[in-house]
Ligand binder design. Structure first.
Ligand code: THU
Length: 138
């Protein structure tokens, strides 16, 4: 697993700003709960995602998973952090997204709101302890 240094405040602010821009693109006509996410790749690139719902409700895609898919297709597989914003926040990723993120290491997870200043930070290993990971599955 990648060793994750703390994320500096300027980078946190940039991640939150990117996640908020992504949130503005959310397609959430059913829940009306718009979410934006921004992944920080190991090389400093930020990759955005938003939730994409579907009339067949269970097929809806969370913002975090949209960001992961966009990142991987862009050639990124090593990540330091993800910021997620929505609602009154601080938002924290759903269980399914925690598992998807876990595939790529013990990221910092930064939860924020749609517009407020409150943030929470966790390590993914705090949010998903004793996870089923590649080292257990192989
Ligand atoms: N959602 C996300 O995209 N990420 C989260 O962390 C929480 C929930 C989406 C799924 C659904 O489109 C909407 O928010 C309401 O649950």
């Amino acid at each position: 697993m990648v060793n994750h240094a703390e994320i500096d405040e300027e980078t946190v602010a940039a991640l939150i700003a990117t996640a908020r821009q992504a949130r503005a693109q959310a397609y959430a006509p059913y829940s009306r709960f718009a979410v934006g996410a921004a992944l920080l790749a190991a090389d400093g690139t930020m990759i955005a995602g938003c939730n994409v719902e579907n009339v067949s409700y269970p097929l809806g895609l969370c913002a975090e998973r949209a960001a992961v898919a966009a990142a991987v297709v862009g050639g990124h597989r090593r990540f330091r952090a993800i910021a997620v914003v929505g609602g009154d926040g601080p938002l924290s990723p759903c269980g399914g997204c925690r598992q998807v993120l876990r595939e790529f290491g013990d990221l910092w997870v930064i939860g924020g709101s749609a517009a407020g200043t409150a943030l929470e930070r966790w390590r993914l290993s705090e949010l998903l302890p004793a996870a089923f990971g590649r080292e257990r599955g192989e």
